[in-house]
Design a protein around this ligand. Structure first.
Ligand SMILES: [Zn+2]
Ligand SMILES: [Zn+2]
Length: 367
């Protein structure tokens, strides 16, 4: 069923982009979940409508095909390779973990930034740990075929004595007196629309509503401590220079059992000989003599998959590429391979003896 985004934003089909933005701001303010009488479901709906109508290209498609089409073709989901590729391209993921004005694709921070005085941070949610990035170096083959590596880093980790809750094992939990066990306190924020009431996480119990009667001696009650961690990572075959693998939840832990950040392992590939990688194909130089070029020959070319006998065709040209099918790098997420290309380089001798010179002089007349 197709949704009427124009109706959701309360505008005409002929509305200008400016009018759409204005209508969105108004509706979003009205339904914002942090406002008294706010409605998260309506807010999301308004946001969804704006994601489409606020973008001229998507709006055009929507006008033609309706919202169902948009949902299928528009925004990719998260998880698996998608996440990996996103991380690889350095998009998303590295943001501030606490930032939560993000339903779907539009970064509402842009729009709400001015209303909330810049720090449009939604309160009343548990904190999320920082993301961490580490770099590792792989050799050409490891990147091509995948490898398991261990990285060691020092980071805030969950305390394994109390399991992150900060209480001495066996101690009971007391109701937090600062928030009366609600986990939230009320804050008044001044905005250009007047005072707005919002709920904030209780700074005393950090939203849990309770506190352990006895603090864990091991971590001092925070539930986390800084320690060295060795983390094993499976690097997928076919990964390339600059790409990263994301390990969800392996970033920094936050006090009292909040959500840990993510770990990004960025890959650097050591060069090997004169090999060049282009996507999943490998290029190497194949040096041959002038007679080999004229007469053709059989030579061995080193590839990722071992030495391969290659037929040099008669009359091969300098710079010509000889393709060795499926002897390249493993396609990411698959079991097939790219190709290996041997680039012919014809060696021209700089020093020749008298005998060779004589033969070449004769050839010169023939060729
Ligand atoms: Zn502890
Ligand atoms: Zn509290």
């Amino acid at each position: 069923m197709s949704k009427d985004y124009y109706k959701i934003l309360g505008i005409e089909k002929s509305a200008s982009q400016d009018e759409i933005k204005k209508a969105f701001k108004k509706m979003a303010m009205q339904h914002h979940p942090d406002r008294p009488g706010g409605d998260e479901a309506k807010f999301k709906e308004v946001n969804e409508a704006y994601q489409v109508l606020g973008d001229a290209e998507k709006r055009g498609r929507y006008d033609q095909f309706g919202s169902d089409f948009e949902q299928q073709g528009g925004f990719g989901g998260a998880g698996g390779w998608e996440d990996f590729m996103r991380a690889a391209r350095g998009q998303g993921g590295f943001g501030d973990g606490n930032f939560s004005f993000n339903f779907g694709g539009v970064d509402l921070g842009d729009i709400f930034g001015d209303l909330f005085g810049g720090g449009s941070r939604r309160t009343g949610r548990k904190a999320r740990g920082r993301d961490i990035q580490v770099d590792i170096e792989l050799d050409f083959k490891e990147a091509s075929f995948g490898v398991e590596k261990e990285v060691s880093l020092r980071k805030q980790s969950t305390c394994d004595v109390c399991g992150g809750n900060g209480g001495e094992p066996g101690s009971k939990m007391d109701k937090c007196s600062a928030c009366g066990g609600r986990g939230q306190v009320t804050q008044i924020q001044r905005t250009i629309f007047g005072n707005m009431q919002s709920a904030a996480t209780c700074p005393d119990c950090l939203g849990r509503g309770e506190k352990p009667s006895k603090k864990c001696k091991h971590c001092g009650g925070d539930g986390i401590l800084s320690k060295n961690a060795g983390i094993k990572i499976k690097i997928p075959a076919g990964i390339n220079e600059g790409e990263a693998v994301r390990l969800s939840g392996y970033g920094e832990a936050v006090p009292h059992g909040g959500q840990s950040g993510d770990l990004y392992v960025r890959v650097h590939v050591r060069p090997y000989k004169d090999w060049e990688r282009n996507g999943f194909d490998v290029y190497s130089d194949l040096e041959i003599s002038f007679p080999q070029a004229v007469l053709g020959d059989k030579v061995e070319v080193e590839t990722l998959h071992g030495g391969i006998k290659v037929a040099i065709p008669e009359g091969v040209e300098h710079g010509q590429l000889i393709r060795l099918r499926s002897k390249g790098v493993t396609h990411l997420g698959r079991t097939t391979h790219g190709d290996h290309y041997a680039r012919v380089r014809i060696r021209v001798p700089k020093k020749i003896n008298r005998d060779t010179r004589k033969k070449l002089e004769d050839l010169k007349k023939d060729l």
